[in-house]
Design a protein around this ligand. Structure first.
Ligand code: NAD
Length: 480
């Protein structure tokens, strides 16, 4: 156990500091339920300092060349990567995920910084041929300005880095409202940017009461862009507020991903990949497969394999060797998951394995597989965000596409088939921001990540992620 889990302060205008009121929140280790540290709690007076700092720094950072920005960001990536073992441990202690998952996320964050460091150097505008001679038509890409970023606890680093690496590469500055449950790993990310030489005030990190902070920052005239990852319900509130003040918005919201397994699929591969991704981070993943739809002809084989895979997982403290699934991240999730299971069982579901809390210390829940789940059960319509796998069967393609598209969500979808035609039909027919066929290929920084329908709008990752932090300016000029 890491003895020295640090307390986390606010980072405002280039200084680590307590809030002016000196208020703090407690951090709990979800594997032990022990209080492990304290977190400084910002109020409006702290936010005012951060806002002015971010605005002043924007006037400097937007004028730093893309080449210089890239050098600073690459240095931040190097610093961050060199501390990966320490940071991964912090994340496991505060969030619960197994150490190997935390390490992958930490190294992935360094990669994301590097990728955007490079992409920022290619934020090209264009010259449009004019209709009259002597006229020059230019399109410029300019940084949008100060960004307010709101990020959750399930991937403490990944959710922040995709936002701020793209924002910094574009020339923006930021105020991040980090996750109150998992602050220490996020603080390490901010530290790396600061040590690499980002201008004072360009990156600010605050924590507190989420609604109090968002209701103050979003309408504030200094903030020009809002980016949020979290639930659809909260996303709709924040998007409405941003709309009222005409702020640019990226919304990465909830999902309820169908995972379709066709009769001609390689079932062993489907079981292996889908179960690994179902129970990754104890299912607290917005693109987690959550509705398993399996063709009648391979249903029994898939269910047997999936149950065996769930039962083989070692559940425990993420710092222990061999642990494949840690606890849920906080007590709210435990209550929510117990509610989904009891509701499904009341409506006729059969629990094949799992179904209850594991032990009575730590927020552990057993990897759970259910069949006979009624469409009326809440788990078939609300995002479960936990280690629950409801498996249903289907008999034809029209039926399964209709079920995949039944909900208002449209974030991720998965399909397994050996037919190129079926793969194409599913890729085209599923209403989803992302579809991954015969493997789990989502979430890399090089590729766009985002949803449609109630899952939000805008993409993170890929050139689209950079574009989200830039405005387009057109200049038409005569007489060069
Ligand atoms: P929640 O809806 O209260 O919070 C989700 C996230 O939004 C948290 O990080 C929280 O700090 C933030 N948040 C909440 N209200 C806010 C506000 N008014 N302004 C700014 N930020 C705000 O729920 P929770 O109990 O933390 O998580 C439960 C649900 O949230 C899950 O069921 C899941 O649907 C969703 N969630 C989604 C993601 C994702 O990656 N899309 C991540 C975490 C949680």
């Amino acid at each position: 156990m890491l003895q020295d889990y640090p307390n986390t302060q606010l980072f405002i205008n280039g200084e680590w500091q307590n809030s002016k009121s000196n208020e703090t929140l407690e951090i709990i280790n979800p594997a032990t339920e022990e209080v492990i540290g304290k977190l400084s709690h910002a109020r409006k007076e702290d936010l005012d300092v951060a806002l002015n700092a971010a605005e002043n720094a924007f006037n400097e950072w937007k004028n730093v060349s893309a080449y210089e920005r890239s050098k600073i960001m690459r240095k931040a990536a190097d610093i961050f990567r060199s501390r990966a073992d320490y940071i991964a441990k912090l994340m496991t202690i505060e969030q619960g995920k197994p150490l190997f998952e935390a390490k992958i996320e930490t190294l992935g964050a360094a990669d994301s910084i590097e990728w955007y460091a490079e992409e920022g150097r290619r934020a090209y505008g264009r010259i449009i041929p004019a209709r009259a001679s002597g006229v020059y038509q230019f399109v410029f890409k300019e940084p949008v300005g100060v960004v307010a970023a709101f990020t959750p606890w399930n991937f403490p680093l990944n959710q922040v880095v995709k936002k701020i690496a793209a924002a910094f590469a574009a020339g923006c500055t930021a105020i991040v409202k980090g996750p109150e449950e998992t602050p220490a790993s996020v603080a390490e990310l901010i530290k790396a940017f600061d040590e690499a030489g980002m201008p004072k005030g360009s990156i600010n990190l605050v924590f507190g009461i989420p609604s109090e902070i968002s209701e103050y920052l979003i309408p504030h005239p200094i903030v020009k862009k809002v980016t949020f990852t979290g639930s659809t319900a909260v996303g709709k509130q924040l998007a409405s507020l941003a709309g009222k003040y005409m702020k640019r918005v990226t919304m990465e919201l909830g999902g309820h991903s169908p995972a379709i397994v066709c009769g001609d699929a390689d079932i062993d591969t489907a079981v292996k990949i889908l179960s690994a991704n179902k129970f990754r981070n104890a299912g607290q993943v917005c693109i987690s497969p959550t509705r398993f739809l399996v063709h009648d002809s391979v249903y029994d084989k898939f269910v047997d394999g999936f149950v065996k895979s769930a039962e083989s997982l070692k559940v425990g403290n993420g710092l222990e060797d061999g642990v494949k699934m840690g606890p849920l991240a906080h007590d709210r999730r435990l209550t929510a998951i117990e509610g989904f299971v009891s509701d499904a069982v009341e409506k006729g579901a059969k629990i094949l394995t799992g179904g209850k809390r594991k032990g009575n210390k730590g927020y552990f829940f057993e990897p759970t597989v259910m069949t006979n789940v009624s469409k009326d059960a809440r788990i078939m319509s609300e995002e479960p965000f936990g280690p629950l796998a409801p498996i249903s069967s289907f008999s034809n393609m029209d039926e399964v596409i209709e079920e995949a598209n039944r909900l208002d969500y449209g974030l991720a979808a998965y399909a397994y088939t050996n037919s190129a035609k079926t793969a194409q039909d599913l890729g085209a027919g599923i209403e989803s921001g992302m579809v991954s066929i015969n493997h789990h290929g989502l979430g890399l920084v090089d590729t766009p990540f985002g949803g449609v329908k109630d899952s939000g709008y805008g993409s993170e990752g890929g050139p689209e992620g950079l574009e989200a932090y830039m405005t387009t300016k057109f200049v038409s000029q005569v007489g060069l």
